[in-house]
Design a protein around this ligand. Structure first.
Ligand code: AMP
Ligand code: GLY
Length: 423
C-alpha cells in the first residue's frame, strides 16, 4: 500500500517508524516531514493546511491510506476533503474532531452525558465571565475554547489574575479567535495520565498509558510547552482505574459522539486527572499525543496499518491491541528558550550513534536538512527514546542516549520520569 502521513513532528516520525515495520506499507510519504522522517519516508514539501495540494498529491499518486496526524488539519476538515476525493483517510471528520477543536463543546458533551470532569461554565461575554468569578474558589482555570498550540490554558491564583486572563483572551485576543469563547473551570489536583485509544465509531480499544511533562523546566516550573518528555506505561494508571475509565469515560464518550451525529473514527486521546474522587477528564484530543506517540507506538505489537484500516472500516472489534511487556521513556531535546524565542539552524552531531541500536530511537521533531547537514529547525528538536524492561531501566537508557547527540543551545529537562523512581 502507498501511505501518506500528514505532519512533520516527532509524533509523525513515530507513526512513520511504526509504518516502516508493516509489510503492508510498501511506500511511505510524509507531508511535509522533516530530516529524520526523510530517512524512512519520502518527504514532500506540502504544508499541513494546504488542503488543495495535499488532496491533489494523494489523488495523483494513488495513495491507499492517508493519516492525518496534527490537530489543525483535523479540526479544519482535511479528512472530509480526502474522503470526498476518494482517498481512504485515518482520523476523525471535522464534525467529530470538534471534540478537541472546541473545549466548550466537549465540556457540554461531558455534562450532558454524565462523563466525569471539572465543574465549569462557558462564556462568550466578558462582563458575565467576570461576574462569575465572584463565586468561585481559587486557583481557577481559564481555557480558550479553540486550538491554541496547547497554550490556551491559564491557571489563575486569585481574582485579579483571573480578570486579567479573561481580558487578555476575550478583549486582547491573546489566542486570536480561539478565545472568543472561554471555559472557566474548577482547578483539580491529582496525577495526570494520557490514555490514547483507537476508535472505529462504536468500538474503542485503549493503548498503553503514558504521562507527559508539559512544563518547560524541572519540577514542573516554567511555561507550558507541547510536552518535554514522556514515559509509558504510567504505574499510577492501574487496571482498576482503567476499568472505571472504560465504563464511565471511554465508552460513554464514544456513544455520546455517535448519539450527537458526530461518530468518531480515529484516535481519541483522553487527558485524565486521577483525583481523590476518581478519574476525571481534563481534555480530549482527536489525535495521537506528541510526545506520547513516541513512547506508546514503539511498544505496540500490532501492525499499525491493520489497526488503522479497522478503525476506518468499523471492524476494530475483531482486533486485540497488544503491547510489549516493557516500558519506554522519551526525553525531548529542545532549543534553549523554547517555548518562547530560540535560535535555530545549528548542526546536530552524533545522530549516527542511534543507527542499528535496538531499543533506542531518535525521533526528529524540529530538524531540517541544510546543505547535506542536519540542523535544528524548531523549539522541540529531538525526542530521544529508549525501551527497557522496566521504567527505571528505560529512563536510565534514555538519559544515557541524550548524551550521544549535541547541538548549540541544547536544552532538556533532567527530571523526566522522576515520579517512577519512587514508585
Ligand atoms: P489542557 O490543554 O486542557 O490539557 O490543559 C493543559 C494543562 O493544564 C493540563 O495538562 C493540566 O496540567 C492543566 N489543567 C487543565 N485543566 C485543569 C484543571 N481543571 N485543573 C488543574 N489543572 C488543569
Ligand atoms: N503531549 C500533549 C499533546 O500532544 O497534546
Amino acid at each position: 500500500m502507498k501511505i501518506a502521513v500528514i505532519g512533520s513532528g516527532g509524533r509523525e516520525h513515530a507513526i512513520c517508524y511504526a509504518l516502516s515495520k508493516s509489510p503492508k506499507a510498501t511506500e511511505i510519504y510524509c507531508l511535509p516531514g522533516n530530516a529524520g522522517i526523510g530517512r524512512i519516508a519520502k518527504c514532500v514539501d506540502i504544508k499541513v493546511m494546504d488542503f488543495d495540494n495535499i488532496v491533489d498529491f494523494c489523488v495523483k499518486n494513488a495513495i491507499d491510506l492517508a493519516i492525518v496526524a496534527p490537530d489543525d488539519p483535523l479540526v479544519a476538515g482535511l479528512v472530509d476533503r480526502l474522503s470526498a476525493a476518494g482517498i481512504k483517510a485515518f482520523g476523525p471528520e471535522k464534525k467529530a474532531a470538534i471534540l478537541e477543536g472546541s473545549k466548550a463543546f466537549s465540556k457540554d458533551l461531558m455534562k450532558k452525558y454524565g462523563i466525569p470532569t471539572a465543574k465549569y461554565e462557558n462564556f462568550t461575554e466578558l462582563d458575565k465571565a467576570i461576574k462569575y468569578l465572584d463565586n468561585v474558589d481559587y486557583p481557577i482555570v481559564i481555557k480558550a475554547d479553540g486550538l491554541a498550540l496547547g497554550k490556551g490554558v491559564l491557571i489563575c491564583k486569585d481574582y485579579d489574575e483571573a480578570v486579567d486572563a479573561l481580558k487578555s483572551m476575550m478583549e486582547g485576543k491573546r489566542f486570536g479567535d480561539a478565545g472568543n469563547t472561554v471555559v472557566i473551570e474548577e482547578f483539580m489536583t491529582g496525577r495526570e495520565v494520557s490514555v490514547l485509544s483507537f476508535c472505529d465509531g462504536k468500538t474503542i480499544k485503549v493503548l498503553s498509558s503514558a504521562q507527559d511533562h508539559k512544563r518547560a523546566k524541572d519540577n514542573d516550573e516554567g511555561l507550558n510547552t507541547g510536552g518535554m518528555g514522556t514515559f509509558s506505561p504510567s504505574p499510577f494508571y492501574t487496571d482498576e482505574i482503567n476499568e472505571f475509565c472504560m465504563e464511565k469515560i471511554f465508552m460513554p464518550t464514544v456513544k455520546a459522539m455517535e448519539a450527537e451525529g458526530r461518530t468518531f473514527k480515529g484516535v481519541i486521546f483522553f487527558g485524565l486527572m486521577i483525583t481523590k474522587d476518581g478519574p476525571k477528564v481534563l481534555e480530549y484530543n482527536a489525535r495521537f499525543g506528541d510526545p506520547e506517540a513516541q513512547v506508546v507506538l514503539p511498544r505496540m505489537k500490532n501492525d499499525i496499518v491493520d489497526v488503522m484500516l479497522a478503525c476506518i472500516d468499523g471492524t476494530l472489534d475483531k482486533i486485540d491491541i497488544e503491547f510489549e511487556d516493557n516500558a519506554a521513556v522519551c526525553v525531548i531535546l529542545a532549543s534553549d528558550g523554547y517555548p518562547l524565542s530560540y535560535e535555530k539552524g545549528f548542526e546536530i552531531k552524533g545522530l549516527e550513534k542511534f543507527d542499528n541500536k535496538e531499543d533506542y530511537y531518535c525521533f526528529h521533531a524540529g530538524t531540517a536538512l541544510k546543505d547535506g547537514v542536519i540542523v535544528t529547525n524548531g523549539g522541540r528538536v529531538l525526542g530521544v527514546t529508549a525501551k527497557g524492561n522496566t521504567l527505571v531501566e528505560a529512563r536510565a537508557k534514555a538519559y544515557e542516549a541524550t548524551k550521544w547527540v549535541d547541538f548549540d543551545n541544547k536544552y532538556m529537562r533532567n527530571d523526566i520520569g522522576n515520579a517512577i523512581l519512587s514508585k
